[in-house]
Write a protein that binds this ligand. Sequence first.
Ligand SMILES: Nc1ncnc2c1ncn2[C@@H]1O[C@H](COP(=O)(O)OP(=O)(O)O)[C@@H](O)[C@H]1O
Ligand SMILES: [Mg+2]
Length: 306
Amino acid sequence: MRPLLVEASSEGQGRSDLHRHRPTTGRPPFASLDLLPTLLAVQNRRASTSPTLDTVGAVIAVANQKGGVAKTTTVHSLSAGLAERGRRVLMVDLDPQASLTFSTGIDSDTLDGSVHDVMLGRTKAADVLIERNEISLLPSSIDLAGSEIHLLTKTGREFVLRRSLKALVDGYDYVFIDCAPSLGILTVNALTAADHVLIPFQTETLSHRAVGQLLETIDDVRHYTNDELVVLGGVATMYDSRTRLGKQVLADVEDIHGFAVLPPPIPRSVRVAEAPGKGKSVLEHARRSKSAEAYRELAGEIEKRT
Ligand SMILES: Nc1ncnc2c1ncn2[C@@H]1O[C@H](COP(=O)(O)OP(=O)(O)O)[C@@H](O)[C@H]1O
Ligand SMILES: [Mg+2]
């Protein structure tokens, strides 16, 4: 395993050639956020003020700005799979929709504190942690939508989550960050805090353009805030092996985007869709279902590759 949350050095800002086959749109980095002056200021200050994060394990952001591709399902299921393998796992719900929090059986309206309070610096992450089935959760609530506005006026806004997790991650083998369906500042915070990105996609509805935009954001993050960030791979979700389209998309992704799709694809199953309503992952809800077994196998694959 690589060291967790190693602070990016001021050298080696060159972009990885991982995505060299990918066409770029030529848009300036973070154009929509107009972040450049702040980023440069942060970059210049980094050597003296950045946290020195030094522990074991891996922080994995699960990101795709498209909604409904099974980001949340993948975070919950992989966390359960790794917990079954004896790993200590922390899940961070960084989506104002709080689906991950809901899927663990928690009503986010009743929480005393959430990741929103952490992002605002009102409370420590450790003080709002919840333990569920041997997994720790940093819960979310709809208030998190307000964090985006708060962060826009803050210097060093890309580093807030990274700094907040610093005091917490020690002792966890894996930290999964469930991203919102956007490429906004919350997702940039997740990518800045992460060692790896996992990209779930639904084979039948895959938009290559959207994946290209996500990879551009990842390149921007590598360039400005986290040059250690690695694309761990794609996860094919809601997969139907009977369709030719699914197989074709699987074959195309690596060629077009330059990252591997991790085995195995996760089959579509009503058992997965039922699980959040029960407050469980599919590994607990339908232990022997094909989807649960697929996520278990994928958890083993993640362990091998980190
Ligand atoms: N393998 C699967 N088979 C059937 N339904 C699934 C599967 N994976 C996810 N779903 C369902 O699809 C919906 C979207 O998944 P979710 O994990 O919330 O996506 P995202 O976090 O990307 O928005 C949810 O209702 C979820 O239960
Ligand atoms: Mg989600």
